[in-house]
Design a protein around this ligand. Structure first.
Ligand code: AP5
Ligand code: MG
Length: 213
């Protein structure tokens, strides 16, 4: 099963993608998590990506596409995957489509997690992220068991550099300009499904599993 998560920054793509990955036994592939791991490890890729991420801009397609295609070519992705944060532009979606076509494969479902802009900024300021395993919490809605500590790997939780309100505004603008057109792209392919992302996290997941079966 090959699934794409669409939605604004902070819509809950990562939160839901993790739950999907666990239930269906497929890897959760997040380009944002891959970039953040590279930043943390001080790699060349991380340094390049950080220049864009800190401003709320997209990392250039050339860089992003290669990383994603390498990742999904790995053995654990053979039975499928859930993509979170990719594709984010029409050119990225086209490259993915061509790569899948060459293998005689296709995307089964693109899930659009719909949350209005006004809910987003509030969510982001309360988000705490684990840079080691990628787990995400919210200080009010989804708190960790111990304050500031990841439930899964016990690392320290941080406020992401790009979750400052002014950067979030930029990310929202970039989303509307460059990523939202993908809703039409996947509608045209007959695989788009929209869920209400303002509902409780478990209710959003129930809506998604009702779609995926
Ligand atoms: P990325 O990491 O993908 O960030 P994003 O799309 O901005 O999305 P977020 O991770 O911020 O939000 P999310 O939808 O995953 O929400 P979450 O589940 O955490 O990308 C970061 C940057 O990397 C980009 O800006 C770009 O620079 C670069 N990049 C990445 N991919 C790229 C690509 N393909 N091309 C070019 N550049 C790329 O939830 C948010 C908060 O809400 C959390 O605190 C969570 O606990 C809480 N929450 C979740 N669900 C609910 C709910 N139902 N109710 C209440 N609270 C909830
Ligand atoms: Mg995320």
């Amino acid at each position: 099963m090959k699934i794409i998560m669409l939605g604004a920054p902070g819509a809950g793509k990562g939160t839901q993608a993790k739950m999907i990955a666990e239930k269906y036994g497929i890897p959760h592939v997040s380009t944002g998590d891959i970039f953040r791991a590279n930043i943390k490890n001080g790699t060349e890729l991380g340094m390049e990506a950080k220049k864009y991420m800190d401003q709320g801009l997209l990392v250039p397609d050339e860089l992003t596409v290669k990383i994603l295609l390498d990742r999904v070519a790995q053995a654990d992705c053979a039975e499928g995957y859930v993509l979170d944060g990719f594709p984010r532009t029409i050119p990225q979606a086209e490259v993915l489509d061509e790569a899948l076509n060459r293998l005689g494969e296709k995307i089964d479902c693109a899930i659009n997690v719909d949350v209005p802009d006004e809910n987003i900024v509030k969510r982001m300021s309360g988000r705490r992220a684990c840079l080691k395993c990628g787990a995400t919490y919210h200080i009010e809605h989804i708190p960790p068991k111990r304050e500031g500590i990841c439930d899964s790997c016990e690392s320290e939780l941080v406020l992401r550099d790009d979750d400052k309100p002014e950067t979030v505004q930029n990310r929202l603008k970039v989303y509307h300009d460059q990523t939202q057109p993908l809703i039409e792209f996947y509608t045209g392919k007959g695989v788009l499904k929209t869920v209400d992302g303002t509902a409780d996290m478990q209710d959003v997941f129930a809506a998604i599993t009702a779609i995926l079966g």
